[in-house]
Ligand binder design. Structure first.
Ligand code: ADP
Ligand code: MG
Ligand code: MG
Length: 247
């Protein structure tokens, strides 16, 4: 599904951040990326999503066999790549539901499909929101306006479920993820996951991985993946920190 080969990227006119990343994600897999602060984890997720403040200087990103490096962020989204916090804006007067309806129909349009019939859309909203324990009044609230940390997470996971991407990238930068927000993310990922999609979960903290079973855990440090293992690597990192891997 995703193949990253020798990826080098820098901030536009700035420092080199990614220094030769190799990563392969197959359908049905959950990959976790961990690593010290400043390692380049968020940069990697931004570069996969195509954010324009970064420049790829070497290497390839293949999504379903196609090089996507020249694609704009929207094109990548239309192809089925979802990045959490891609839509963090507050939009007074636009509800959670109306926003996701518009995003979903825009996605369909880009893929040559007509708008989803209203009835079908409603049924889907009902199904996904019930699965995530989202209440009706939340769906009619203005997007992100006055949302708590947990509500932002809930909205993000709801967006992921509705858009149903092939590859979901969740960058859990938030050091303030409380236990409720953690559960929302974990339940969401576990509900979303199936044999046809994949998840790239970026996290500074091992505790999220108590709730989500990753197939692979990678350690990113100084712009490179320096170690890959299974879930036990996350536990080892929790016990020993990162220093033993760095020197
Ligand atoms: P992580 O998510 O692993 O903590 P980041 O990818 O956020 O790391 O950052 C890696 C390095 O790149 C840091 O030194 C950070 O300061 C720098 N960096 C990332 N994005 C930018 C940017 N847009 N402008 C300036 N520096 C940046
Ligand atoms: Mg950081
Ligand atoms: Mg980060």
């Amino acid at each position: 599904m995703l193949q990253i080969k020798n990826l080098h990227a820098r901030i536009e006119d700035g420092a080199q951040i990614l220094k030769g990343i190799n990563l392969e994600i197959k359908p049905g897999e959950v990959h976790a990326i961990m690593g010290p602060n400043g390692a380049g984890k968020s940069t990697l997720s931004s570069v996969i999503a195509g954010k324009e403040e970064y420049e790829v200087t070497e290497g390839e990103i293949l999504f379903q066999g196609e090089n996507i490096i020249e694609d704009a962020p929207e094109e990548r989204a239309h192809k089925g790549i979802f990045l959490s916090f891609q839509y963090p804006v507050e939009i007074p007067g636009v509800s959670v539901t109306n926003f996701i309806k518009a995003a979903l129909n825009e996605n369909r349009k880009a893929n040559g499909l007509d708008d989803m019939p209203a009835k079908e859309m409603l049924a889907m909203i009902r199904e996904k929101s019930e699965k995530l324990g989202i209440k009706k009044d939340f769906l009619s609230r203005s997007l992100n306006e006055g949302f708590s940390g947990g509500e932002k997470k809930r909205n993000e996971i709801f967006q992921m479920m509705m858009l149903n991407p092939k590859l979901a990238i969740l960058d859990e930068t938030d050091s303030g993820l409380d236990i409720d927000a953690l559960r929302i993310v974990a339940d969401g990922v576990n509900t979303f996951k199936n044999e046809g999609n994949a998840v790239l979960l970026i996290t500074h903290y091992q505790r999220l991985l108590n709730y989500i079973q990753p197939d692979y855990v990678h350690v990113l440090a100084n712009g490179k993946i320096i170690k890959t293992g299974d879930k036990s690597l996350a536990l080892e990192l929790e016990a020993k920190g990162y220093d033993w891997l760095l020197n």
